[in-house]
Ligand binder design. Structure first.
Ligand code: FDA
Length: 396
């Protein structure tokens, strides 16, 4: 005999737990199946252990998707302020770091505890350490999804796929959601690592790798998008928030540019330096505004170093162009091992934007990162997980 649940949620991550507690509060009988040994592992490791749980500036423009309109409805119906209200109800202290990014003062564990407590209060059953061994779907039944699990057989009219993307396999990430979507005839758009460090190779890597650990503010631009924030040089390439952000818009072969003097007109600045300190060498002048070792390296390999007064007008113009539009030739990304998110995924054209229900298979839902909706760095991905989980939790 199969045990009947109103909804079975596969994946006890951010979106799955939010969907579960929302449905549970409506009196639905809900089972969460999580194959890792505990729920919310990515929440625990997020934000350096302090979980950047939302962004107060969340807007549809902060998301990448083949259908940029898809995320609008769910985001409008569950805002950052709704999640903040729950955080405050649980007396979790938080602060804004920058740019609307809210972090726990103490630990991400508090966010997971809050979600689990809410699930418990709503009567949700959570099973960890087990996924689905087999899944059958029968038409015409009032509970058409039949699942074999280590805890026995389960039947449900609503199967919610909340199994996330492919990033950080060691934390439980799997391609389960994509395989299940394909099995039910859903299109899955090509996936790739997003919010991920970029790698350099050959002479590009040789020229920078010994500067590993050096950080500087840049504006990184690619394919019509630009992000101003810190860049960090690593042994393998470049990372830091500006690079992670632009990585989601970059693909091998794309032109990626860095403004090394963000917020300044490079030519005006160089002219002012020439007027004020004609005898100073370029590397000295640059070394006072950029990290010294990086400025030296620029002057050794990319810019001709000499006293400021010796640059003529065309040379200054050329210097300004190089400093404000420096081409960075990346060879690839560090991949899913270190990526924060997976771009692409279940095509949103075949999913209802208000309920997250499949338009092909009644009772099948997709929430969170498994869908082709990917946020910028800064709390947007959790906000999507909360909003899409909430939308499905109201519908199952
Ligand atoms: P999520 O990955 O959270 O959950 C999916 C769950 O399904 C997992 O628990 C997994 O084990 C389980 N699962 C997979 N296959 C299964 C199967 N076959 N059976 C049963 N269970 C299965 N975002 C943000 O907004 N702010 C931040 O600070 C960060 N920080 C951050 C740091 C790091 C290191 C990473 C990797 C990611 C972030 N993110 C982030 C991104 C954020 O973690 C991510 O977008 C959300 O967790 C996505 O929520 P989901 O619930 O969709 O997937």
């Amino acid at each position: 005999m199969a045990e009947r649940y109103d909804a079975v949620i596969v994946g006890g991550g951010a979106a799955g737990l939010m969907c579960a507690l929302t449905a549970g509060r409506r009196g639905k009988r809900v089972l969460v199946l999580e194959h890792a040994n505990k729920v919310g592992k990515k929440i625990l490791m997020s934000g350096g252990g302090r979980c950047n749980f939302t962004n107060t500036g969340t807007a549809p423009a902060n998301y990448l998707s083949a259908n940029p309109h898809f995320c609008k409805s769910a985001l409008a119906r569950y805002s950052p302020w709704d999640f903040i209200a729950m955080v405050e109800r649980h007396r979790i202290a938080y602060h804004e770091k920058e740019l609307g990014q809210l972090f726990c003062d103490l630990s991400s564990k508090l966010i997971v505890k809050m979600l689990v407590d809410e699930c418990q209060a709503a009567g949700v059953r959570i099973e960890t350490g087990h996924g689905i061994d087999a899944l059958h779907h029968g038409d015409g039944d009032d509970a058409p999804f039949r699942l074999h699990t280590a805890h026995g057989n389960v039947a449900t009219p609503a199967l919610v796929v909340a199994s996330g993307g492919l990033s950080i396999p060691s934390m439980g990430a799997s391609g389960f959601g994509y395989e299940l979507a394909r099995r039910f005839g859903h299109r899955v758009l090509p996936t790739r690592a997003g919010l991920v460090p970029l790698t350099l190779s050959g002479k590009h890597q040789e020229r920078l790798h010994d500067l590993s650990g050096v950080a500087l503010p840049v504006t990184a631009s690619c394919n019509g998008q630009a992000f101003s924030n810190q860049m960090l040089i690593t042994h393998r390439g470049v990372s830091g928030p500006a690079i992670l952000q632009i990585s989601s818009y970059w693909q091998p072969g794309d032109d990626l540019r860095l403004d090394l003097l963000p917020g300044r007109d490079a030519l005006d600045w160089l002219l002012a330096q020439q007027r004020q300190r004609p005898a100073a060498e370029l590397k000295t002048v640059l070394g006072e505004t950029l990290p010294k070792r990086f400025a030296q390296r620029l002057c050794e390999l990319w810019l001709a170093n000499k006293p400021m007064k010796q640059y003529n007008a065309p040379e200054l113009k050329q210097l300004a162009a190089t400093l404000s539009d420096w081409p960075l030739v990346a060879s690839g990304t560090e991949g899913y091992r270190t990526a924060e998110v997976t771009l692409g995924g279940v095509d949103t054209d075949e999913v209802s934007s208000s309920t997250m229900q499949s338009k092909r298979v009644p009772g099948l839902y997709f929430v969170g990162e498994v869908l082709d909706v990917t946020g910028w760095l800064g709390g947007y991905n959790f906000q999507w997980a909360w909003a899409s989980g909430h939308a499905a939790g109201l519908a199952v």
